[in-house]
Design a protein around this ligand. Sequence first.
Ligand code: GLU
Length: 318
Amino acid sequence: MCGIVGAVARNNVVPILLEGLSRLEYRGYDSAGIVVANEELQRLRTTERVSELGRLVEIRKTQGFTGIAHTRWATHGAPSERNAHPHFSGQDKKIAVVHNGIIENHEVIRKRLEQKGFEFLSDTDTEVIAHLISFNLETTQNLLEAVCMTINELQGAYAIAVVEESRPDHIVVARNGAPLLLGVGNNGNYVASDASALIQVTKHMIYLEEGDVAELHSSGYRVLNRIGDASYKEVTRSVRESDLTRDSVELGPYTHFMQKEIFEQPIAVANTLEMVLNARSISPQLFGSEAEAIFKKNKGILILACGTSYHAGLVAKY
Ligand code: GLU
């Protein structure tokens, strides 16, 4: 699972998105991409580093008040430019999607959408999300509703962010089994898979919970949560002040990021707990959407690891 950053603001969001992506680089990735809504959806993708994406943005002079960006770690489809996110769907009502995670029932949905005439341009599981939202937009005309209808059909883990060409004043996001948080700022509102991607714009974070769907505008946001199988109701999520600082996500005095990670293990554990406790629950779903059902059937746990992970596994066994 890799990185998501999104922004809808009263100023050009491109520098914010690029800085956010570069703060997520330490997680590793094989490609990166960005979509900015400015009259039309302008997309740039690369299998090079985030700095190369920055160079492309400068050449094309890409800018706008709304955008989403992604670093991909391929699970379905080779690391290539055409598989890199964001993925598009639709012509009159064009949308773009970024996704972290895995859609387990993507093959079934893909077959159904192909029969309806949707053309797939990538090998990713993510592209089914884009086309399914497009398909649902034909029924509702409302992106938030179309996203709710879409995720009702998705199985697996996901954090997604969606923008639409015809209404560039908002972003719709959703999470299930993959982390996603909102950043509440003075000049706009933001979304990211990791708080470190947003600390350049705000310290005020909302940690989304499982099944949450949110709509962000430059001046506000609202969060819905799934009740039952298919309906949603508006919920209140508290805004927390993050303890992260700019220094904490920069290389600082260390020679490389692995060395920094080793020395920062105590604070990493504390931050992880902060996120979990802010979500007010340590639920089995932290391990994926189907974890709860699977855990009930467990008779034992096998920890398979080598090297350093083997030693971590021994601690877990203990
Ligand atoms: N499964 C998606 C893909 O292969 C997303 C991977 C990720 O989380 O970066 O494109």
